[in-house]
Design a protein around this ligand. Sequence first.
Ligand SMILES: Cc1cc2nc3c(=O)[nH]c(=O)nc-3n(C[C@H](O)[C@H](O)[C@H](O)COP(=O)(O)OP(=O)(O)OC[C@H]3O[C@@H](n4cnc5c(N)ncnc54)[C@H](O)[C@@H]3O)c2cc1C
Length: 245
Amino acid sequence: MPDYNLKVSELIELCPSAKAVRFELNGNPFNFMPGQFIMLQADLEKTEKFKINGDKPKIQKRAFSMSSSPTEKKFLEVTVKTTEEPFFSDYLINYLEVGEEFNVKGPFGMFYFDEKKANKDIILIGAGSGISPLMSILRYINDKKLGINAHIIFSNKTEKEILWREEIEKLSGKNNFSHEFTLTREEWSGMIGRINKEIIQKKLKDPNKTDFYLCGPPLFVKDIERILIVDLKIPKENVKKEIYN
Ligand SMILES: Cc1cc2nc3c(=O)[nH]c(=O)nc-3n(C[C@H](O)[C@H](O)[C@H](O)COP(=O)(O)OP(=O)(O)OC[C@H]3O[C@@H](n4cnc5c(N)ncnc54)[C@H](O)[C@@H]3O)c2cc1C
């Protein structure tokens, strides 16, 4: 399994609380399935900008899904958003600089898109930073021109938090992709409120032949899973989920 020390090559601000962090692969092979995650480990006090309170170890590691596609061989990208009480994510968003090195191990996880087993229709449902592995899946399907009908439903609190909005909008309409954004804490011209049965049903052709990929906080994933399995009678094996806890 790849276990590398990789340099941060680029930081892209997506909104004040979120960034894409790219790690240069420098020719190192890193094969993964779209949707999988890596473990990032670093000494957070190495550059003396960030102070660890109490007796927490200075070397910390966290899981992050890759948002880049496996077809991208120059870098690995993760999409990070600070949590309500952030620590490692605070470091990544507010203190990290290009050139810093992280230990990167992976890939891990059973949440991934496999073109050999996938149905032709897929619905990706995410909230907040849960967009990360869904972007990897979308980018992969687009790069490989797999002819999959992919619909993405993305929930956020406010409009400025819709990560990768421009790219998702650009991809929609191309290669049978479509999208729906919904906001839960702000009025806007688009859809308002939590994702419900009706929003999902609009794009559901055959419940037995559609794969679902859910990613986000525990309560969000639990809620959507209930709608799919109990209300919409989607077979359990067609529902794949990644929970960020
Ligand atoms: C499989 C998986 C994939 C994931 N993928 C992603 C992803 O793609 N994108 C993403 O954004 N997240 C992802 N996550 C979530 C991510 O791994 C972290 O759990 C998340 O970023 C929260 O970590 P944190 O260290 O910021 O907060 P926590 O681990 O919750 O720590 C917060 C605690 O640290 C304390 N604290 C704050 N600052 C300090 C300090 N200076 N010194 C000491 N203590 C402090 C706070 O008071 C609070 O109690 C994923 C999780 C999993 C399980």
